[in-house]
Design a protein around this ligand. Structure first.
Ligand code: RP5
Length: 163
């Protein structure tokens, strides 16, 4: 199989065409100095790569997986079935149904296998990165401090005046 560069947070997606959406997950992770890496892992087109990735991620040092996919989006649920790590899912906007298909196929997980589904598209991808950092901050006081500062700066950037 391909050599995967496992980092603390792994961002995987079903296709290269998901990258314009999924690269938004890297923004908060970079700002908060959380080690992360990205790769294409398709549940449908590269099922064996998905099995290899999901079954090796935890012992390779990954702590949180972000998985994005569009259309019949099985990737987050399949990875959650194969790995004990928390999986944060991003429904990618699809060509024909604007992402409602992606959202419904990701969010309706059967009881017993948990996936934390975010909003459709770029905001969902950004928040997936943020959520991953929040999970890691529970065991990392320095990261928790950086997150606190990040949130304060975000609040400071919202003007009070309407015009
Ligand atoms: C899914 O099919 C991918 O996650 C992508 O969102 C969608 C379309 O893929 P491409 O045909 O653009 O490669 O598996």
């Amino acid at each position: 199989m391909e050599k995967i560069n496992f980092e603390k947070v792994m961002i995987v997606m079903g296709s290269r065409s998901d990258w314009p959406t999924m690269q938004n997950a890297t923004l908060p992770l970079t700002q908060l100095e959380v080690a992360h890496a990205s790769a294409v892992v398709s549940a449908h087109r590269t099922p064996q790569r998905m099995v290899d990735f999901a079954s090796r991620a935890k012992e390779a040092g990954t702590q949180v997986i972000i998985a994005g996919a569009g259309g019949s989006a099985h990737l987050p649920g399949m990875i959650a079935a194969l790995s004990p790590l928390p999986v944060i899912a991003v429904p990618v906007e699809s060509k024909f149904m604007t992402g409602l298909d992606s959202l419904l196929s990701i969010v309706q997980m059967p009881k017993g296998v948990a996936v934390a589904t975010q909003a459709v598209g770029k905001s969902g991808a950004f928040n997936a990165g943020l959520m991953a950092a929040q999970i890691l901050s529970l065991a990392d006081a320095e990261l928790a401090r950086r997150l606190e500062t990040w949130r304060e700066q975000q609040s400071d950037q919202v003007p009070f005046e309407v015009e």
